[in-house]
Each structure stands twice: as C-alpha cells, then as structure tokens.
Design a protein around this ligand. Structure first.
Ligand SMILES: NC(=O)C1=CN([C@@H]2O[C@H](COP(=O)(O)OP(=O)(O)OC[C@H]3O[C@@H](n4cnc5c(N)ncnc54)[C@H](OP(=O)(O)O)[C@@H]3O)[C@@H](O)[C@H]2O)C=CC1
Ligand SMILES: O=C(O)CCC(=O)C(=O)O
Length: 411
C-alpha cells in the first residue's frame, strides 16, 4: 500500500473511534499547502542536473508547522504527504505547540559531492524561503540530510530575511543548534522502549535487539541501548548487515562505519544477509531506515515480541494487522521517534529566547516529554480499548481537532 493510503487508513480508523464528524475529518485530512519546485544545478563537471523538491505543510492549528527534509531517490509527493500528516499527529502526541510538515528532494545524496549538495540545498531554499519561517514552518534533518544541510538552509534563508537561527532546527551547535539534537531521536526511541518494557515487567538490560538502519537514528539507538546493557544482535544498513549472537560492540561498529561508510566487514561480527534482518529472532525489532518495510509478505516471519518503530511508517496496515493477530506489540512511529522533533522544539525555544541549555537539561526534559506522552497514550489505549497505534492516532488527532474547532474556520 502506498504511504499516503496507509497513513490515511490509520487516520480514518481513529476518526471513527473518536466519532468526529465528516466535515472536521475532511478539514483535518486535506493539507494546508503543497509545494513542488524545480531545483536545477550545475554539477561539478559543468553538466546541468534537474531535481524536484517538495514541501508539504499539512496543518498549523496548534502552531508553526514542523518536520524534516529528506534527500532520497524514493522521495515523491505521495510519501512527503504521508510523512507531513504523520508530523501533525506526532507533534500533538508529545504535546508540542506545533503543526506538521515534511519536505524532500528526489535525489541520491550518496552520488552528489558536498558542493553539489550545497548548491541543491541553496536552490531549494531560494524556491521555498517565502513559505517557511520561525513562526510559519520550521524544517529539520531527516534521511539523507544533516546539520550541515540545515546550516546551508539557514545561511540562504538569512540572505532574504536577515539572520534567523530559529528557521531550522538540527543545526550545528556552532550556529545555535541544541546540544543533544543529533542523539535525540535515538534517545527518544530508548526512552519509549524503556517505558514500554517497564509496562511488561522487563528492562532494556535483559532484552535483545535487532536494528535495521545505522544512520543517525539507528546508530544512536544502538549506542544508547548498549550503554543501558541491552544486547544488540544484528544491525543493517543499505549495503549489508552484521551479526554477533553475544552482542555487537556498538562503539566499535560506529568507528568501523565512520572509517568505511558501512557496517559490513566489521571484525567483531560476521556479515549476514540484510534481507533477513526483519525476521531475525530477538525481543525487540527496531526498523530505523526507510518506510514500508514490514508488509503482508514478511510480517509472518517477524520473530520479535515487540516492534519499536524508529523509522517513519515502516509498517504497512496489512502487516500491522498480522502482527496484532500474532500478539506482537507495535509501538508506533508517531510516538516512538518523537524524541527528534521534541529536542527540535527545545532548540527553537533556545533560539527564540537567546539562551542555550546544557546537555543534562536537554536529556532530562526529553525524558519527561517522552514518559508523559507514554502515560497519555496508555490512558487512551485503555479508554478506547485499542492498540498503541490507534491510541497514538486518537491522542494526536483529538488534540488537533480540538485546536481546529477552537480556532474556527472564519470567513
Ligand atoms: N533524523 C531524525 O531526527 C529523525 C528520523 N526519523 C526517521 O528515521 C529513519 C532514519 O532516518 P535517519 O537515521 O535520520 O537517516 P540517515 O540518512 O541518517 O540513515 C538512514 C539509514 O538507513 C539505511 N538504509 C537506507 N535504505 C536501507 C535499506 N533498504 N535497508 C536497510 N537500511 C537502509 C542507510 O544505509 P546507508 O547509510 O548504507 O545508505 C542508513 O544507515 C527515517 O525513516 C526517518 O524518517 C524519524 C524521526 C526523526
Ligand atoms: O526535528 C524535526 O523537526 C522533525 C523530525 C522529523 O522529521 C520526524 O520526526 O520525522
């Protein structure tokens, strides 16, 4: 199922549980604004290359729209729309004063040089600068982008509007980025996993983990799980997978990844088949890469007790149903990976106040937001007698619906 159909499927199920009327449902679903722009740049060899950039601003009832920018060959309007909608529910679930947005450029960042990526980012920013802003829409990193990308957006935006650090989050700390933002999504995944396991009388230290993806989110999740005594058995990226039944030396794997650009060939592990990662036996399976990886074809093969969605939209609705029937607990993306946008919010607050926080304050405040959201989520699951995914959608949609009705539609 395409990403937007899947997201809308979950949305409609939750709307039914909440009993929202059809007009409100329609208003919540239709994006506020969809932007599609041509981004043509000269490559390093002088040849001309054209890319398409997108920004979908889904909803701003609760505040400025917020969400990452993705550079990946699969970026298309369907996916960006789905991810923007997920951001709206996600920011509401963790109770941030934000709406939702997402952007991206259909390109392979691994095939572009640093100077080509800079030109592409600057051209994209030139095309959308009038439609973003600290109180309008605030981009951040996602797959294939990083603090350097945000620095280029900030610099280009500032040429038109004056120096405005709060226009993007996930910036380098030297430019007003928050300490702890790079680790934040992984750290949030770990707090979410801890809260979930506690409910089942378990602890990270007595669990085994398999992680798909070893970029920002996957590597930080692995590192922090390892620090808490969790045993990471298998890790994969786009080029390979590695395994150690006694537990991977994650800091060593991070060094190997930095040196070689991939996980495979790490001396502390054996190389394994990346296509079988999702069916490796473990307690907790953590997809932390691309979307739509758990489908009706492979959900029967999952051999984990819990799936914690660090990636956005890793689970197709068919797979979700199969996992539920098999009593595999799924902690959904809109809650599990909300640590990134939560620390983005802290960064934005710091930029607006002109007062920077220390690392300890960032981590402890993030933990408070994640555990409070878990409590709210559990309450909804209990009162509506539904899964974590439906509970999360109901929690987020209900908060956005209430803000929408309070603001009204005007004339
Ligand atoms: N960054 C953030 O703050 C947030 C990210 N997310 C979500 O987390 C996920 C990962 O994002 P992030 O870590 O930032 O992205 P990165 O670009 O830093 O890393 C992506 C990782 O996924 C791997 N990958 C790509 N394709 C595949 C594949 N087919 N099979 C296995 N691994 C693959 C990449 O491998 P390789 O390096 O070999 O290409 C890389 O290890 C995305 O779904 C994103 O939307 C969610 C919330 C916030
Ligand atoms: O940090 C942010 O603003 C957005 C992060 C993001 O894109 C996401 O949570 O999927």
């Amino acid at each position: 199922m395409k990403a937007l159909s899947a997201t809308t499927h979950y949305f409609k199920q939750a709307v039914k549980i909440l009993g929202l009327n059809e007009k409100l449902e329609r208003s919540l679903l239709i994006p506020f604004r969809e932007i599609k722009v041509e981004c043509t740049i000269p490559a390093d060899d002088g040849s001309i290359h054209s890319f398409v950039g997108f920004r979908v601003q889904h909803d701003n009832a609760r505040g400025p729209m917020k969400g990452g920018i993705r550079y990946h060959p699969q970026v298309d309007p369907d996916e960006v729309n789905a991810l923007a909608q997920l951001m709206t529910w996600k920011t509401a679930i963790v109770n941030l004063p934000y709406g939702g947005a997402k952007g991206g450029i259909g390109c392979d960042p691994n095939k572009l040089s640093a100077s080509e990526l800079e030109r592409l980012t600057r051209v994209f920013t030139q095309k959308i600068h009038d439609l973003i802003g600290a109180h309008v829409d605030v981009p951040a990193p996602d797959m294939g982008t990083n603090p350097q990308t945000m620095a280029w957006i900030l610099d280009e935006y500032s040429k038109f509007h004056g120096y405005s650090p709060a226009v993007v989050t996930g910036k380098p700390v030297d430019l007003g980025g928050s300490v702890g933002r790079e680790a934040a999504t992984g750290r949030g995944v770990v707090y979410a996993t801890e809260a979930l396991l506690k409910d089942f009388g378990k602890h990270i230290a007595d669990q085994t983990f398999v992680i798909q993806g070893f970029g920002n989110v996957g590597s930080w999740t692995a590192r922090l799980l390892c620090e808490k005594g969790g045993k990471v058995l298998v890790v994969s990226d786009a080029t390979g997978a590695v395994q150690n039944p006694c537990g991977i030396d994650v800091p060593g794997l991070i060094r190997h990844h930095q040196n070689t650009g991939g996980v495979k060939g790490f001396s502390g592990c054996i190389d394994t088949d990346p296509n079988s990662v999702l069916s490796e036996p473990c307690d907790v399976l953590i997809p932390a890469a691309i979307g739509g990886v758990l489908t009706r074809e492979n959900a029967h093969d999952v051999r984990a007790k819990f799936v914690v969605e660090a990636a956005n939209h890793p689970t197709d609705p068919d797979a979700d149903e199969i996992l539920a029937k098999r009593n595999i607990i799924v902690l959904p993306d809109v809650y599990a990976n909300a640590g990134g946008v939560t620390v983005s919010y802290f960064e934005w607050v710091q930029n607006i106040q002109g007062f920077m926080w220390e690392k300890h304050k960032v981590s402890t405040t993030l933990e408070t937001y994640m555990t409070n959201a878990y409590k709210d989520l559990k309450e909804v699951c209990k009162s509506k007698n539904c899964s974590y995914r439906m509970g999360a959608f109901c929690l987020g949609i209900d908060r956005v619906a209430r803000a929408t009705v309070l603001r009204g539609w005007g004339a």
